[in-house]
Design a protein around this ligand. Structure first.
Ligand SMILES: [Zn+2]
Length: 155
């Protein structure tokens, strides 16, 4: 058997996941624009409020800064998820959705239902994580050795 196996998810499942992914994307996009509306409302309310004392003003600025940061983190995370969703939708269109990019076997439907943006089966994901940990360990050891060499020179 030399011919390359062509694994493909059946069209019915592809259609199911396409609908699921588009649904998720729509939810995410509408959640984001709701968040923006809430922010606009918040700043309008602030402008029309009582004159704040100096210390109050500082406290407000600090909490604004924190919430701004939190919003930013959230937006970045959601933005990334949106990219993953887009990519998954593209994979559905190409017919490569649900195929593990490492071992090229079909990813179990139950996993895809839980994580529709998954690009690897559980085994390959674990294997990738294990390799990353191994690489991190090697990198840590290298940095540690480098630092020790620097300390030796200083002596
Ligand atoms: Zn795999």
């Amino acid at each position: 058997m030399t011919e390359k196996k062509t694994v493909k998810m059946n069209p019915k499942d592809l259609a199911f996941f396409e609908a699921l992914l588009i649904d998720r994307r729509r939810e995410l996009v509408s959640a984001q624009s709701e968040g923006e509306r809430a922010n606009v409302f918040h700043s309008q309310k602030d402008q029309g409020g009582e004159l704040p004392g100096y210390s109050n003003h500082l406290a407000d600025a600090a909490s604004d800064y924190t919430s701004l940061e939190t919003n930013f983190d959230l937006a970045a995370r959601e933005g990334k998820y949106l990219v993953y969703l887009e990519e998954a939708i593209q994979r559905v269109k190409k017919g490569t959705f649900g195929i593990c990019k490492i071992c090229e076997n079909l990813i179990p439907k139950s996993r895809l239902e839980a994580v529709p943006t998954a690009t690897k089966c559980v085994d390959c994901k674990e294997e990738t994580k294990r390799k990353e940990r191994e690489e991190n360990r090697i990198e840590m050891a290298r940095l540690f050795a480098e630092q020790q060499r620097r300390e030796q020179k200083l002596k």
